[in-house]
Design a protein around this ligand. Sequence first.
Ligand SMILES: [Zn+2]
Length: 349
Amino acid sequence: MSISFNIKKKDINSKKKCILCKSQNLKKISEIFYKNSFIFFSTSLCKKCGFVFRDKHPSNNWFKKQYNLRSKFQFNKNLGINKSYEKFRLERYKKLLEFLEKKINFKSVIDIGCATGIGLKIFEKKNYNTLGIDTDKTRINYGKKNNLNLIHSDIFKFSKKNKFDLILCLHTLEHFTDPNRAIKKITKFMKSNSYIYIEVPDFKNLVRTWDDSVYLAHISNFSEKNLIYFLKQNNLKPLYRTYPQTENGEVNLGILCKKHTYSKIFQDFKIPHIKSYKLIGNKNKLNIPYKINLDLINDISFSFKVKGNKGNSLDTNFKRKLIFNKLNNKYEISKDVVYFRIIKYKKII
Ligand SMILES: [Zn+2]
């Protein structure tokens, strides 16, 4: 038996303004239909600040219900953890700690959106006080079995009064339906001299392909300039930029910050060319806004995952392709996979 996620019109949230700069001058990039009936996921570009985000997406409530459904399914089937990915997670945190120890002093660390929390093992070994928090029950339970100090909770419900010297927020910020509300809550765990390290996928890797337009878990596509603007808006001063690489070869965007109050923020925006949207494995360019139909949502992150592909990470995304369906004038995700070259791991600068 496989899992599928149903969605109704009432489960959809819409945004009329840019999440970052509040401009209403938006350009639609893609529209994803559910069973050719209604749009449940759409992506827009802000023509003022260049931010790319989902202006239509399933609500938090819908996500919560589907995560619970998935946890139950995974519990019954003993699924959900990819051991080789966990090894890689450990490697990534090892590199991160090397970088952090060179730059800052800290004793306590909280990892927000820690998944299995396995990355915190590296910090524990060196006697840092660690805590991880995540909404994914399957992964939290796995981490707890590995004797890690983890909490299964939503950050908005997490009212721990403790403050931490360092906050880690890796590949989490882009998932929040309201990143401003999220960062306001996250920075409450900081003291005046605490640090925060934020890592997100780099706009450059994702936005030029269609994949992120159907990747349900991502709400925001930050570029370096967008992220710096967002951080400053939230009284965080960027200190260092890192270029961490994930297992599929993608170079991500990492920024270490400390608290700072800005009286004025200089806006240095770059508007990306949406003409650069391409189809992987196909030379044809997509007509903007491009429309994709999904008859089945079988994965809470990828929206549709090709069967038989064991990959649990973004490389799964890059192995799919789109085929134009003349019957409904929309693209559909092909069940075939295409070859994607894996690039080797590189050290954090
Ligand atoms: Zn904007």
